[in-house]
Ligand binder design. Structure first.
Ligand SMILES: C[S@@+](CC[C@H](N)C(=O)[O-])C[C@H]1O[C@@H](n2cnc3c(N)ncnc32)[C@H](O)[C@@H]1O
Length: 235
């Protein structure tokens, strides 16, 4: 049983309503992703918010753990594969760009420690499947170093609260963590493309948990910032 897969299968229909339409505000990020993604492209965990269907490459493969989430993109005539980012059913050196749009905070296990190991596994798999000089694009939320330490220490409590509502654990990682794992995996030329800092809009109301629309809090309680990271595989 995979709790994340079951969760997204169950919530796939609500997902577009609650998040995808709203995420149209991220169009500038979408245009950056589209301009950087070249060659044979693999997108893992759904396509990116604000995607322009006119501009996407015909050489695009989409991989997702959840068949329900894959079906959201049925109007896109692209190859779709059901699989896990931690164990890609794909051959070595087979893609020029791999994109992870808003997936990595969902790659978890039973503990925050498993979640960190999961990111190591995902990035190792991406490195294996990328062609030499291939590019990785990560679009996700990040938290500051101190919020990250707090989040990791409180993850047991968070897990229980979420489990009570039938929601699997979610861990937002820090920029430093992504940076360290990318370097350890062998990626070079790490580039942080956007630096929008949402954490200043302290009293804006956010609904950070998919599946809990009633859970609305001021941003100051969970200051997340969008992060767009690019890196390259060695030649
Ligand atoms: C928050 S949704 C993001 C959807 C879309 N990319 C977006 O930005 O709106 C996270 C997606 O990641 C997928 N996912 C989570 N863990 C995964 C894993 N280990 N391997 C592949 N896909 C995974 C989920 O099924 C879900 O479709």
């Amino acid at each position: 049983m995979n709790k994340t897969k079951d969760f997204f299968d169950l919530h796939a229909n609500n997902y577009k309503k609650q998040f995808y339409d709203k995420a149209k505000g991220d169009e500038s990020v979408a245009r950056i992703i589209e301009s950087k993604a070249t060659g044979r492209i693999l997108c893992v965990g759904g396509l990116w918010p604000g995607i322009d269907p006119q501009t996407i490459s015909t050489d695009l493969t989409l991989l997702d753990l959840s068949l329900g989430m894959l079906s959201l993109w049925s109007n896109f005539k692209i190859i779709k594969i059901c699989g896990d980012a931690r164990n890609l059913p794909l051959t070595d050196n087979s893609f020029d760009t791999i994109i992870f749009p808003m997936i990595l905070h969902h790659v978890v296990g039973e503990t925050a420690h498993n979640a960190r190991d999961g990111i190591v596994d995902v990035l190792n798999e991406a490195y294996r499947v990328l062609s030499p000089k291939g590019k990785i694009i990560i679009f996700d939320f990040s938290v500051s170093k101190w919020i990250y330490i707090l989040e990791l220490s409180l993850s047991g409590l968070t897990k229980r609260f979420l489990a009570y509502n039938n929601i699997p654990l979610v861990i937002m990682h820090s920029l430093d963590f992504y940076n360290d794992v990318l370097l350890e995996t062998g990626f070079l030329n790490i580039e942080k493309v956007i630096t929008k800092d949402n954490s200043k809009n302290y009293f804006e109301i956010i609904r950070p948990i998919i599946g809990l629309p009633w859970f609305a809090i001021p941003r100051i309680l969970y200051p997340l910032s969008p992060l767009l990271l690019l890196a390259k595989k060695k030649e």
